[in-house]
Design a protein around this ligand. Structure first.
Ligand code: ZN
Length: 640
């Protein structure tokens, strides 16, 4: 193994990543913007924590055709979890619970998936076959997800090369997890069955920053269709990472692209450091064959300890076990990630698989922290026959859980002698990752006999092709030529309103800068003004810009009209203020002038501004501000 130690995140260079053989790919899950779910007619995007019914479920593993148990299923079985689904009758029907067969695939969702495939320059599949993908983590009540590959073999330009898009599938979203503690995990079923696409890239990214940059490009590309959901939870990234000699590890459900660089750095470091630990073990003569451990019940020895976590467990009538890891001394303090050590790998397994959720759930003899007393450690070691070369791990709780935990501690320690275990990991807030679950076996897909294959006709492809948007960076070039302000260029290029922008500028000849401001900046301002702001329909924007083009409203009136439309939920023609003629304005100014002169104004220089402001308040949106200013100036000049 190359002699290299990971440096702090900011000091790592591209060459360092090359040296360790960093490789990473993305799997992006993106919800599509449809009214209904993928295989039933329940509404999509109706989120609610209220529920009418509860379903309880237990996992039971069955042998696969190959005579093996699926890793995930076996793990979930070990956890003995009560899995509870909360069901609201407005967002879930009997289909999601596998009580009625599926409806035909949602055509709107299929169109969007094909369109996105075309954007990625993929080959579109001629005949789609619905498959069932095994889902044994509990997030889908039926234990499988309906999924279908829509397109394959696409590419996206990046730097001086191309990133390969392996495939795009359309599939059903899973349940939302609400809580997971001890032996109970609760899901809400509202999201279940909503259409999403999964885009899988090849592991073409060579540094953590590249992963985030490519993620951003992919996210912009799908957003630019205007047909995907946005906001919290609408797009979720799985990132896979490996280093030379390591294992392809998936970090699941990364909520934000910004977190990818640190997460992938830490995962690469974890794999590298675990491989280095394997070398060290070898030096001590520990391999998979020579690995030794011992599990013992030590409840009697520590019954009277004052170390609080264990003392509390004793009060509740629980038990204490010790696991001796032969010749492991010091290795539980071996660094794996930033400020994270090998003991965390063990504690994670104990938490997830033995369901000992309250932390700390283990203590160990390598630790320098205050736990049980030195005398107690010595007594424990003596009783179980551990030497100074060994590490002792202590775990406490209900006996069945503690037995599971002790075995898991030994399993995880032994795995170091082999390599990086195949598992999925979860992204943590501090940029490190934690164990999530054992990776499912490879036999995950099987044909779904409920639905016939479906042809994607040439006619359908042509129809969709005609509406595929330009790639967003091509639009950006055009916006730059039009002198659209720099900060509006990318948001506009990936906005659902790009089509309207084109029409407004090319056909209606409205100033592109004004149009960009109206389409991108005004909604932001409205969102700040009103908390219950929802998406404004494209039609509303179109009607208002049309009214401006026809001279029915002034520049100043656009924001006001948009605000009105947001309030009412629709565009209301009657809310267009009646036009006002210049002669009327002149009269209004004269009246205001007379009124204003009655009040005392100390700063005579500002008089013009006062007057203009007063008049503008009354005519806002009905005539341009420059017309008012000109008339006021003229009047004041005449008076002098
Ligand atoms: Zn349904």
């Amino acid at each position: 193994m190359i002699d290299f130690k990971f440096k702090p995140f900011n000091e790592m260079t591209d060459d360092d990543y090359k040296l360790v053989g960093f490789k990473s790919g993305l799997e992006i899950h993106q919800q599509l913007y449809t009214e209904r779910k993928l295989f039933c007619r329940c509404p999509a995007g109706l989120y609610n924590h209220k529920y009418d019914a509860e379903i309880l479920r237990h996992m039971r593993p069955t042998l696969s055709e190959l005579g093996e148990y699926d890793g995930t299923a076996l793990m979930e079985f070990k956890t003995k979890k009560d899995i509870i689904y909360h069901i609201n009758r407005d967002s879930v029907c009997t289909y999601e619970m596998d009580d009625t067969p599926p409806f035909e695939i949602n055509e709107q969702a299929l169109d969007i998936a094909i369109e996105i495939g075309m954007l990625y320059r993929c080959s579109i599949i001629d005949e789609i076959h619905i498959a069932r993908k095994q889902y044994l983590d509990g997030s889908i009540p039926t234990g499988f997800q309906r999924t279908s590959i829509i397109s394959v073999d696409g590419r996206v330009p990046y730097k001086d090369r191309e990133i390969e898009i392996l495939q795009i599938s359309i599939e059903e979203d899973s349940c939302r997890e609400v809580s997971d503690y001890g032996h109970t995990r609760v899901y809400v079923a509202d999201r279940l069955g909503m259409p999403l696409i999964e885009t899988v890239t090849a592991p073409d990214m060579k540094t953590p920053v590249e992963v985030a940059e490519v993620g951003k490009i992919l996210s912009n590309i799908v957003k630019s269709t205007g047909k995907v959901r946005t906001g919290a939870g609408a797009a979720r990234e799985d990132v896979n990472v490996s280093v030379a000699g390591g294992t392809r590890i998936e970090i699941k459900g990364v909520p934000s692209l910004k977190r990818i660089p640190l997460l992938t750095y830490n995962e690469a470091m974890r794999q590298w450091n675990l491989l280095r630990l394997r070398e060290e073990l070898k030096k001590r003569g520990i391999t998979a064959e020579t690995f030794e451990h011992k599990i013992e019940n030590i409840t009697k020895i520590l019954r009277k300890t004052i170390y609080l976590p264990i003392a509390n467990a004793m009060n509740d009538g629980k038990v204490i076990y010790a696991v001796t890891l032969k010749k492991f001394k010091g290795f539980l303090n071996w660094q794996t990630q930033t400020e994270t050590y090998f003991s965390k790998e063990i504690s994670d397994r104990v938490r997830v698989i033995a369901c000992l959720s309250a932390l700390p759930n283990i203590i160990h003899s390598d630790s320098t922290a205050e736990t049980i007393s030195t005398a107690e450690w010595q007594k424990v070691k003596k009783t179980i026959g551990a030497t100074d070369e060994d590490t002792v791990v202590i775990v406490w709780g209900p006996e069945t859980d503690v037995i599971t935990a002790s075995r898991e501690i030994a399993i995880r320690a032994k795995e170091v002698t082999i390599g990086i275990p195949s598992e999925t990991r979860q992204a943590l807030r501090d940029g490190t990752n934690g164990f999530e679950r054992i990776l499912p076996g490879p036999e995950r897909m099987y044909p779904d006999t409920d639905l016939p294959p479906k042809r994607v006709t040439e006619k359908r492809k042509q129809r969709i092709k005609a509406q595929v948007p330009e790639l967003y960076w091509e639009k950006e070039n055009w916006y730059r030529e039009l002198k659209v302000p720099e900060d509006l260029i990318q948001p506009l290029a990936i906005s659902r309103l790009t089509g309207l922008f084109k029409k407004t500028v090319n056909e209606w000849k409205i100033d592109p800068v004004l149009t960009a401001v109206v389409l991108i900046q005004y909604p932001k301002r409205l969102r700040k003004m009103k908390t219950d702001f929802e998406k404004i329909d494209e039609e509303v924007f179109a009607e208002i810009l049309k009214a401006y083009k026809d001279g029915k409203i002034q520049r100043e009136g656009i924001l006001m009209l948009l605000a009105n439309s947001v309030k009412q939920g629709v565009f209301d023609k009657d809310s267009i203020p009646p036009q006002i003629r210049e002669t009327e304005v002149a009269a209004l100014i004269k009246n205001s002038d007379a009124e204003l002169r009655k009040s005392r104004i100390y700063n005579k220089d500002s008089y013009g501004n006062y007057l203009t402001g007063k008049v503008m308040n009354e005519v806002r949106g009905r005539i341009s501000s420059s017309a008012v200013i000109n008339t006021v100036e003229k009047l004041l000049k005449e008076k002098k």
